[in-house]
Design a protein around this ligand. Structure first.
Ligand code: ATP
Length: 450
C-alpha cells in the first residue's frame, strides 16, 4: 500500500495528449463539435464538466481583473463590429500567416511551422513534400449581414476581443466616470481561420479570450506594464499552474509589432512543448489613434489638472480561456499507483475551479432521504453532485477522474452521530465532520484562487 506522503513519487504526469483527450471525451469535458457528422476541424464543444470548468475560470479572472479593482470596468460587446473597425486595426491588411500547399498530398501548412509537417504520404520514392511558394492567408472569418449579397454587407467575426474595447473607450470612460489610468476588460469569443488547427483545443478556429486594455499616461507605461505582468503571473500561480510549468518569454525587437514597445508571453509547459497561453503587450497609442483617425472622433483625453490633451497608451493583457483550461487539465492529470497492481486516474484541479466541488454519496439507497437533504443544502453554495449507484470505491474513482475535490459519504453511523465522512481527493484522507459544519468546511477550503 502506498502512503499519502509517497503519493507524488508514485504518480505519473501527463505525457501523451491522447490520454487527456480520451478522458475529456469519456467524462464529458471537451469533445469535437458536430461529432455525429465526423466533427469539424478546429471547433470544440465543452460538455457538462467542461462548461463548469470554463465558467469557474472566467469567474476567477473577472473577480481578479474587474471586481476587485476600482480602476477596471467590464464590457460585453457584440461579436460583429462595423467592418471599418478591422480596417483601422490593420487586420484587413495584415492579419495573415504565410501558407504553403503540398502539390502531392494537397495538405496545407503554415510556412513558419514546417518542422511540424511530417512526411508526405503521396509522393513516390520520396517522403518530402512538394511545397508551393509561401502566400499570405488572411485569418479573419467573414460573414454577410443583411439581405443583399453586395460588398457593403461584408462583415467579420472578431479576430480578437479587444478592438471593441477601443471603439467603446470614450463611452465607457464617460459612463463610468473614470479618469486615466483605468482599464476596460471583457471575455468573449474570437474567431481565426487558422491554417492548421492542432494540439486539441490549443489552436482552434473559435476560442475565448479574456482581455484587459489598460489606458495610461505616456509617462507611466513602463510602470503599468510591470504591474500587469506581475498581476497576471500571480493569477496563473493562484489557479494552480506551478512554477516549473510556467515561464515568461520577452519578444525580441524583430518580433514586436511595429507599434509595440514591449511584449512578454506567458508560456506553459504542455506535453507538446512550451507554448504561449497569455500575451502582455505595450500597444502604445496605436489603437486609439487609428480608430480616432478612421472614425473622425477625438479619442484623446484631457488631464483635468494640467489641461494636457493626449492619446492614452495601452497596456494589454490577453489570455486564452481555452488554452488556460487545457493547461489546467494537463497540469492536473495524474495516474497514481496505489500498489497491488491498482491505479487511479485523477485531476488535481484547484478546488475553486473544479467543475464539481463536492459529491454527496450515501452508502446505501436506504439513506437517500437525509443524504438528499444535505445535497439540497450544499448545492445552494456550490456545484454538488449526488450519486447513490454502485460500490463506494467506484464512485470515489469516478469523482477522482472528474476532479471533484471532496466526497461526502453519508453512512449508517451518520444517523446516530450526526456526522459524515469527508474524503479529500489528492491525499484520500478522510475525516468525520458534523452535518451542520460541512458547509463551513467547504467554504474554508474553496475560494476563488485569484
Ligand atoms: P499564436 O502565436 O499561438 O497564434 P497569438 O500570439 O496570435 O498566438 P494573441 O493574438 O496574442 O495570440 O492572442 C492572445 C491569446 O489568445 C493567446 O495567448 C492565446 O491564449 C489565445 N489564442 C490566440 N489564438 C488562439 C487559437 N487559435 N486558439 C486558441 N486560443 C488562441
Amino acid at each position: 500500500m502506498v502512503m499519502a506522503d509517497d503519493r507524488a513519487a508514485h504518480s505519473t504526469r501527463l505525457e501523451r495528449m491522447e490520454d487527456l483527450v480520451s478522458l475529456c471525451a469519456r467524462r464529458g469535458y471537451i469533445f469535437p463539435s458536430s461529432e455525429v457528422y465526423g466533427g469539424i476541424n478546429g471547433f470544440w464543444d465543452y460538455g457538462p464538466l467542461g462548461a463548469e470548468l470554463k465558467n469557474n475560470l472566467k469567474a476567477c479572472w473577472w473577480q481578479s481583473v474587474v471586481r476587485e479593482r476600482d480602476d477596471v470596468e467590464g464590457l460585453d460587446s457584440s461579436i460583429i463590429c462595423h467592418p471599418r473597425t478591422w480596417e483601422a486595426s490593420g487586420h484587413v491588411e495584415h492579419f495573415s500567416d504565410p501558407m504553403v500547399d503540398c502539390r502531392a498530398c494537397k495538405k496545407r501548412f503554415r510556412a513558419d511551422q514546417l518542422e511540424e509537417a511530417g512526411a508526405c504520404s503521396a509522393r513516390e520514392g520520396s517522403s518530402e513534400h512538394d511545397f508551393t511558394e509561401p502566400r499570405r492567408f488572411n485569418l479573419m472569418l467573414q460573414t454577410r449581414i443583411g439581405a443583399s449579397e453586395d460588398a457593403a454587407s461584408l462583415a467579420y467575426l472578431r479576430a480578437e476581443t479587444c478592438q471593441p474595447i477601443f471603439t467603446d473607450f470614450k463611452r465607457v470612460r464617460e459612463a463610468a466616470r473614470q479618469k486615466i489610468p483605468f482599464g476596460i476588460a471583457q471575455i468573449g469569443k474570437a474567431f481565426r481561420n487558422e491554417i492548421n488547427p492542432r494540439n486539441f483545443t490549443f489552436r482552434s478556429r473559435e476560442f475565448e479570450q479574456a482581455e484587459l486594455e489598460f489606458f495610461c499616461h505616456p509617462s507611466e507605461r513602463e510602470k503599468w506594464f510591470a504591474h500587469w505582468l506581475e498581476e497576471r503571473l500571480r493569477f496563473h500561480r493562484e489557479i494552480g499552474l506551478t512554477a516549473e510549468n510556467l515561464r515568461t518569454r520577452a519578444h525580441a525587437e524583430d518580433e514586436l509589432a511595429h507599434y509595440a514597445k514591449q511584449a512578454v508571453d506567458v508560456e506553459f509547459r504542455f506535453p507538446f512543448g512550451w507554448q504561449e497561453i497569455e500575451g502582455i503587450h505595450d500597444r502604445g497609442d496605436w489603437d486609439l489613434s487609428r480608430h480616432g483617425e478612421y472614425s473622425g472622433k477625438d479619442l484623446g483625453v484631457t488631464d483635468p489638472e494640467t489641461k494636457e490633451h493626449f492619446v492614452p497608451m495601452v497596456i494589454e493583457t490577453s489570455v486564452g480561456i481555452d488554452r488556460t483550461c487545457l493547461a489546467l487539465l494537463c497540469q492536473a492529470y495524474a495516474v497514481e499507483d496505489l500498489g497491488g497492481g491498482e491505479t487511479r486516474t485523477l485531476l488535481r484541479l484547484h478546488s475553486s475551479l473544479a467543475p464539481i466541488t463536492a459529491a454527496v454519496l450515501p452508502l446505501s439507497k436506504k439513506l437517500a432521504e437525509p443524504a438528499r437533504k444535505l445535497h439540497r443544502e450544499l448545492r445552494r453554495g456550490w456545484n454538488v453532485f449526488y450519486d447513490d449507484s454502485g460500490n463506494i470505491g467506484r464512485r470515489y474513482r469516478r469523482q477522482d477522474e472528474a476532479g471533484t475535490p471532496f466526497c461526502i459519504t453519508y453512512d449508517f453511523d451518520s444517523q446516530e452521530d450526526g456526522r459524515v465522512t469527508v474524503r479529500e481527493r489528492d491525499s484520500m484522507a478522510q475525516e468525520r465532520v458534523a452535518l451542520d459544519a460541512v458547509a463551513g468546511y467547504l467554504r474554508e477550503r474553496v475560494e476563488c484562487g485569484a
